[in-house]
Ligand binder design. Sequence first.
Ligand SMILES: Nc1ncnc2c1ncn2[C@@H]1O[C@H](COP(=O)(O)OP(=O)(O)OP(=O)(O)O)[C@@H](O)[C@H]1O
Ligand SMILES: [Mg+2]
Length: 215
Amino acid sequence: MNLLQIEGLSRQVTPERWLFRGLNVTVSPGEQLALCGASGVGKSSLLNLMAGLDQPDEGRVLFKGEDIAEMNDAKKLALRRTAFGFVFQAFHLMPHLNALQNVMVPCLLMGLPVSQAQARGRDLLQALGMIDMAEAFPAVLSGGEQQRVALARALVHHPEIVLADEPTGNLDPETANQALNLLCSTCREQGAALLMVTHSAEAAARLDRTFVLTH
Ligand SMILES: Nc1ncnc2c1ncn2[C@@H]1O[C@H](COP(=O)(O)OP(=O)(O)OP(=O)(O)O)[C@@H](O)[C@H]1O
Ligand SMILES: [Mg+2]
C-alpha cells in the first residue's frame, strides 16, 4: 500500500490563482523523493497539505489509504505527532527551549522517557556537529545552526515520513553534504520515507525519484 497518496489535489490562493490543480503523487514506504520547482510555485504549500496542516480546495491526501481531512482532530494530531517529521522552511523552533530541548519535543509528545529523548537528541546533535550548542537558545544560533536543530527534531521520534523543506538551504556545501547524508541514511535505517524540497540537482539526484512542480 502507498504510504502517502495525493489524489487530484488543488490549492487555490486567490479567486484567480490556483497554485496547482488535479495533482497526483504517491510516496511508497521508505521511498526518497525530491520535490523541485521554481520559487513561489507551491512546494511549501504542498508539504503543508501533505501533513494535514492545510485544507485542499479539491482532492484528497490519503495516509495509508485514509483521507487525512476526514480524520477527527485527535487522530490528525496523533498522526502528525507520530508518523510525520517536519523540517519547516522557516525552522519554527521554540524560542524558550534550548537546542536539545527543541529536539526532544517530539519524543516527549509521544510519551518517551526523558532519558531516552535526551539520548536520541544528543546523538543527532552530535551527528550534525551541534553538540556543543545543545544548551544554546534559538535566538543565539545562526540560520544554519537552527536548521540543523530543526533537522534533528524531524528525525528524533522515528517518523514514517519526513517532509523536509529545503533542509540544507542555509548550510555551506560541506555541512550541507553531511546533513544530507545524515538525513538520507537515517531515513533508510529507520525505513522512513523522505520527501525533500530542494533546488539542488545534485541533492535531488541522490534520492530515488524527482517530482517537479510547475506553474
Ligand atoms: N494563504 C495564501 N494566500 C495567498 N497567497 C498564498 C497563500 N499561501 C501561499 N500563497 C502564495 O502561493 C505561492 C506559493 O507559495 P509557496 O510558499 O508554497 O512556494 P514555494 O514553492 O515553497 O516557494 P519557495 O521556493 O520560494 O519556498 C506564493 O506566491 C505565495 O505567496
Ligand atoms: Mg517554500
